[in-house]
Ligand binder design. Structure first.
Ligand code: 5RP
Length: 236
């Protein structure tokens, strides 16, 4: 068996829901093409009678969830989330992540911070030895003075490109721009994050460090691996 990219996304999304979502939970809904399959599986559970209260990391995920009959509330209507299931753009061997190619990194980070267990669903194409080697690092910035923010970002050693859509700057759900920052590789992600976060105009960066409780990885042979289990068995 050799699964294609879409089949791997569906496999890992369904495995994450089956493994981690229990009746009565408060669930954060991620964003992207892998998360879409997860929302569809949650919709099936709701139709089977599960009582789930969900909050969404983007307008797109919220609309999909509501269309499937899932109860979606504002994050501030609940005090915490038991679990959030979301995708990622890069995953390093220590479960550190880059997210935000789908443009939802700000809400994704706020929701992750309110979550007890953040579960990441990916396939092996997202695995890297060092962050920044395949994907750019998305950074959400205020529109005001964004060229100045860009220069400050580039002083951290990257080439920063304003994300465009249909010939115009891409605007996030929260009304900001995104710069995609290409590094050769990110050698010290925690240090870089601290440098980026103090730049005036930066709203949020796409480094999700020490955020993942588990990363599930789909393989073309139809298997799904848990990075948390693999790391725990190495330590034992
Ligand atoms: C959106 C994200 C997505 O989770 C990430 O881009 C992965 O998306 P996909 O599953 O479509 O590859 O961070 O902001």
């Amino acid at each position: 068996m050799s699964l294609d990219a879409n089949a791997m996304k569906k496999l890992v999304a369904e495995e994450a829901v089956n493994r981690y979502v229990k009746d009565g939970m408060k669930v954060g809904l991620g964003t992207g093409s892998t998360a879409k399959f997860m929302i569809e599986r949650i919709g099936e559970l709701v139709r089977q009678g599960y009582d789930l209260t969900c909050t969404a990391t983007s307008v797109q995920s919220e609309e999909l969830a509501k269309s499937l009959g899932i109860k979606v509330v504002d994050l501030d209507e609940i005090d915490h989330l038991d679990i959030t299931i979301d995708g990622a753009d890069e995953v390093d061997p220590g479960m550190q992540l880059i997210k935000g190619l789908g443009g939802a990194l700000l809400r994704e980070k706020i929701v992750a911070a309110a979550t007890v267990k953040e579960i990441i669903i990916t396939d092996e194409s997202k695995l890297v030895e060092k962050l920044g080697t395949k994907a750019p690092l998305p950074v959400e910035v205020l529109q005001f003075g964004h060229e100045h923010t860009k220069y400050a970002l580039e002083r951290q050693g990257c080439k920063a490109e304003l994300r465009m859509r249909d010939g115009k700057p891409f605007i996030t759900d929260t009304g900001n721009y995104i710069y995609d920052c290409r590094f050769e590789s990110i050698e010290k992600p925690f240090f870089l994050e601290s440098r980026i976060d103090i730049i005036p105009g930066v709203v949020e960066n796409g480094l999700f460090l020490n955020t993942a409780y588990d990363v599930l990885i789909a393989r073309p042979d139809g298997s799904v691996e848990s990075m948390a289990e693999k790391l725990a068995s190495k330590e034992a």
